[in-house]
Design a protein around this ligand. Structure first.
Ligand code: FES
Length: 109
């Protein structure tokens, strides 16, 4: 079973309510979203053509890709038209002012 690691991706105050932020962490590009005091982390890359989801508009729990408008639920990563199609999501938690994301190890190496 791969080890998971907890990585700090932002300070909570860097991300406003209803906004996203793109972060690079350990070779991954993640989109971090804040909705009130909840945080969500998804792969930044849209399943359509790789648009930057972290620059998308949030409406409720849905983020719309800025390139061609595909919409995903930030809680599950599900594409709204075909829910089984999902962008990868990562567990997020806040500790004090730090926003932490849990990444899975990629095996050996
Ligand atoms: S790249 Fe996201 S909708 Fe086309």
């Amino acid at each position: 079973m791969p080890l998971s690691r907890i990585v700090k991706v932002a300070d909570a105050k860097e991300i406003e309510d209803g906004k996203g932020k793109i972060v690079r962490v350990e070779g991954l590009m993640l989109a971090i979203f804040r909705i009130k005091d909840e945080f969500f982390a998804l792969d930044n890359s849209c399943l359509h053509r790789g648009g930057p989801l972290g620059e998308g508009e949030l409406e409720g729990y849905n983020v719309t890709c800025p390139w061609h408008g595909w919409t995903y639920d930030v809680r599950t990563g599900s594409f709204e038209v075909i829910p089984p199609l999902q962008v990868r999501t990562y567990p997020v938690r806040r500790e004090g002012e730090s926003v932490l994301v849990e990444l899975e190890g990629s095996g050996s190496g």
